[in-house]
Design a protein around this ligand. Sequence first.
Ligand code: MG
Length: 256
Amino acid sequence: MTTYARYIANGAVTHGILDGDILKEISNSPLEDHSETGKSHSVSDVTLLSPTEPSKVVAIGLNYKSHLGGRPGPNAPEPFLKAPTTVIAQNEDIVIPKVALDEGVKIQPEAELALVIGKKCKSASQADALDYVFAYTCGNDVSARDWQQNDLQWARAKSSDTFGPIGPWMTTDLDPTNIQVTCRINGEEKQNQNTSDLLHPVTKIIEYVSAVITLNPGDVIMTGTPGTPGDIHPGDVVEVEISGVGVLRNPVVAGS
Ligand code: MG
């Protein structure tokens, strides 16, 4: 199990391996050949970046029974796309668009186990699906509910800028069938469930998605959210905790 972070140290984008509260610098992205440089940085001295810069974020809807709210569970995974411009890092602001505030649109975070793809993946089978997963991270599939219900497409609801926080770093070699997914708003727990309850497991998701979409190294799959998320407003702080990874924390602010 290794945890990799991407961060700014001394003005430069850097990669490192987390060891306690120290980041041991490596020579390259962890997805490419790399070695330790011998330099290190304290986590408190760096600015964390998203652990990956995905070419796309695939997300899965309706993947926990507890999130269905009486709706029938889908027979297959329900993928949709979030734009790469949704991705933000630890401590970066979730910006609620001004038009959403003006319309009184309900905004909710969704705590999700997120997968980081390690190598080009097309037409994977369930048996080899996990070979394509490099690491796991915390994902927040921020959603504008009224637009999700009333727009014909989910672009505004799911792909508004900053609606895809991931991080604070990514961890390899977890068991994706036994991970606790938790969301807190201002410290109050709103969601808490285990990935053992996923309707469609990680291996099935990768098989289903890669049958039609090539997944590139660094791409992210958000695997669905459990239960009933809370609402967020400017001034709130959202935390997504993934057991074995850590806590992704983002303030919420009003767009202008
Ligand atoms: Mg979601």
